[in-house]
Design a binder for this molecule. Structure first.
Ligand code: PHE
Length: 338
């Protein structure tokens, strides 16, 4: 055993530890549970007592040498490691950039419209996209045979349930839930069974507005909408109202503004008329108020509804409605500074 120990001491002297891998191998070979040192201690237990004294001393010397060699190398490779990591980083390299997303143009427009009406004292209301016939049609005075109920225009789920075709269903819900005075706008997605083209899509977005109180007049409607378009498109915008028809308003009108693309001179967008339609509006039909539990003798109100896509197209000169839904980042990025 003495010879074994002396040999080991000699080998230890020659053992080269040049990397952290060598160090690990060294640890496994000498210091682990199944390593040489443990074997030697096992063997030492068998040694006759009278030899233990001398051999014990030698064992101790070897043990200390192994431990010292291991500690020294550990120290060396630990500090080397940190130095290495440090030197591998090039602090002069440009940092990786995180690309910021931007708001969708429809979102930008919706936020602008909401901000303007909030200033005018309107609150925001929302309703479900899957609606029953009563909220989407009947309560709004659509007769049972009205063409809008036709399969061509509406996505029916069954006889009674459909995807809402306009946000006017939300005004019905609001009138049922709350008593006048009511002043709210209702943004949301609506669905129509239309062929997809540059001007139409099977879903789009609207903002509806209502104001119901005692003595609300058509003059209030006009002033509110004037205030809105001037804020939205600038002071110079010209406005006109044309008589129109909706089952749920009487009288009804459509509002045109001077074409923002050609400034009224005439172009493709305004079909050379200088005017573009932006919304439908009117005084809420007394039947509708009654259907929703509001006394039409005491209260009057106005309602309006506009397409968010249409306003966005006019404001930012977008020629094809489909670009809003394709999510091409080259298109979307053009709105990143708004
Ligand atoms: N709901 C109508 C549409 O979808 C718009 C509208 C709303 C008209 C409110 C008048 C009053 O076309």
């Amino acid at each position: 055993m003495k010879q074994k120990l002396e040999e080991l001491q000699q080998k230890l002297h020659e053992y080269k530890i040049n990397s952290s891998e060598d160090l690990e191998n060294f640890r496994l070979k000498y210091l682990s549970r199944k390593g040489l040192m443990n074997d030697l201690f096992e063997e030492f237990k068998q040694v006759p007592n009278e030899m233990k004294r001398d051999l014990g001393k030698l064992m101790n010397v070897v043990k200390i040498s192994v431990q010292e060699k291991f500690d020294e190398a550990t120290e060396k490779f630990k500090s080397n490691k940190t130095e290495n990591t440090n030197s591998n980083i090039d602090y002069t390299l440009p940092a990786e950039t995180t690309e910021l997303g931007s708001r969708h143009p429809l979102n930008i427009t919706e936020n602008q419209i909401v901000a303007i009406f909030t200033k005018l004292g309107f609150t925001i209301a929302e309703g479900p996209e899957i609606e029953n016939d009563w909220h989407n049609f009947s309560a709004l005075n659509f007769p049972p045979n009205h063409p809008a109920r036709d399969m061509q225009d509406t996505f029916f789920i069954d006889e009674e349930i459909a995807l809402r075709t306009h946000t006017s269903s939300v005004q019905v819900r609001l009138m049922q839930q709350k008593n006048p005075p009511l002043r709210a706008i209702m943004p949301g997605r609506v669905y129509r069974n239309e062929a997809i083209s540059a001007r139409a899509n099977c879903f789009f977005h609207q903002i509806e507005g209502i104001y119901i109180d005692e003595k609300v007049s058509f003059a209030d409607l006009k002033q509110t909408l004037y205030a809105f378009v001037k804020d939205m498109f600038g002071e110079e915008v010209a406005v006109r109202f044309r008589p129109s028809y909706f089952p749920f308003t009487e009288p009804s009108a459509e509002m045109d503004i001077s074409c923002q693309i050609c400034k009224g001179k005439g172009c493709n967008i305004c079909k050379h008329s200088g005017w573009v339609e932006i919304l439908g509006c009117g005084m809420i039909d007394p039947n509708v108020l009654e259907n929703c539990g509001i006394d039409p003798e005491k209260y009057t109100g106005f309602a309006f509804g506009m397409g968010i896509e249409r306003i966005t197209m006019l404001k930012y000169d977008v020629k094809d409605l489909r670009t809003f839904f394709i999510n091409d980042t080259r298109f979307l990025k053009q709105f990143s500074n708004l």
